[in-house]
Design a protein around this ligand. Structure first.
Ligand SMILES: [Zn+2]
Length: 79
């Protein structure tokens, strides 16, 4: 089983892959509609918005948390 390199989600079904392409290392949530991987800034903005909404976090704290979490993932480690 693969794990998405950009968000850490386990990809257990073909439907988890972008455009059902199992050669990809990232999930459909981390892909644009054309199947290319989203950029770090896009994932950061998404995750920040998610934390603010779900956990009712402060904007700055949410962004810091999202940054730390994303940085641990293989896709963003070197940036
Ligand atoms: Zn993902």
């Amino acid at each position: 089983m693969k794990m998405c390199i950009a968000c850490g989600m386990p990809m257990t079904q073909i439907g988890d892959y972008p455009l059902y392409d199992i050669s990809k290392n990232y999930c459909k949530y981390c892909a644009h509609t054309d199947g290319t991987m989203k950029l770090f800034d896009e994932k950061l903005a998404e995750l920040t918005a998610h934390y603010i909404k779900i956990h009712r976090m402060d904007d700055i704290i949410a962004k810091q948390t999202a940054y730390v979490i994303l940085k641990k993932l293989p896709a963003w480690k070197r940036k």
